[in-house]
Design a protein around this ligand. Structure first.
Ligand code: 48F
Length: 257
């Protein structure tokens, strides 16, 4: 019966997809623009990569532009990435370009999945796997389970590297530091916390701060700013794209086939 076939098609292919992702090259936590860009370039390079976002619609803070005015700005330095994702753009002078934020976010997501990255929405990463003083995977649960406060254990997913792309809260770096009594590769050894807005410096520093901060744990996007204590930058997204590409390049150089 068609009714059963529809259900079986979804269940069997979904669990095939999930089983294939139990041992990854890279697990990306957070489906914001920096993490999606990272997922795309890693998948294109042949790495087995999955991305987990706690929301129904991944895309993080890019959908809404600024104050829900759904346009974003990107500077010249990141336009090669915009071109890789085939996003329409309009020059605005001074090396700046404007784009529709809905087209931008959906283009990032489409290209990442089409290139072979797996995106699991409604998944919250609540911890990491920490073995031999190395971050070795993620511990995931369904977002509704956590929202309801249900006492249900999570699942474990091994990964050679984990990327914290959780945005302003840098949740994974904070959890790793808090739970394991270790020092991160930052000035204080912990998560320093993001500073107030400065566009030029924030855009530069988010890229500088994109790196491996503990064996097996990388940071990108606003999580990198929060971890290393650099300024936020608001609705200019070039730094996010460059940070995502940088973390992908670092991981491809390490794991590339
Ligand atoms: O914050 P977010 O968009 O990440 P980003 O790539 O980009 C930042 C910009 O959007 C903007 C900005 C640019 O100038 O300042 O804010 O740094 O998206 C982070 C995503 O991570 C998800 C969350 O739902 C969001 O979509 N997320 C956060 N913590 C977890 C998580 C978690 N523990 N598990 C799963 N997803």
């Amino acid at each position: 019966m068609i009714e059963t076939k529809v259900s079986r098609g979804i269940i069997s292919t979904y669990f095939d997809k999930l089983q294939e992702c139990l041992e990854l090259d890279a697990a990306i936590v957070g489906g914001g623009p920096s993490g999606i860009v990272a997922a795309y370039y890693m998948a294109k390079a042949g790495l087995k990569v999955a991305q987990f976002d706690r929301k129904l619609a991944p895309g993080g803070g890019m959908w809404g532009g600024a104050m829900m005015f759904n346009q974003i700005v990107i500077q010249e330095e990141a336009m090669h990435i915009v071109k890789d994702f085939e996003i329409n753009h309009t020059p605005y002078g001074d090396g700046l370009y404007t784009m529709d934020s809905v087209e931008s976010t959906s283009s990032l997501l489409y290209h990442a999945v089409h290139a072979g990255a797996r995106i699991f929405n409604c998944y919250s990463v609540e911890d990491v796997i920490f073995k031999d003083n190395k971050v070795s995977g993620v511990v995931v649960n369904w977002t509704p389970v956590l929202r309801e406060g249900l006492h249900v254990d999570p699942l474990n997913i091994l990964a050679k590297v984990v990327v914290d792309g959780t945005g302003h809260d840098s949740e994974i770096a904070a959890t790793v530091a808090r739970k394991n009594g270790i020092r991160l590769d930052t000035e204080t050894g912990g998560v320093i916390g993001e500073r107030s807005l400065d566009v030029a410096s924030g855009e530069q520093e988010v890229v500088n701060g994109t790196k491996e901060i503990y064996p097996g744990l990388y940071v990108c996007g606003m999580a990198a700013s929060a971890v290393s204590g650099t300024p936020r930058m608001g609705p200019i997204f070039g730094g996010m794209l460059l940070s995502g590409k940088k973390v992908a390049d670092q991981i491809i150089a390490r794991l590339g086939k």
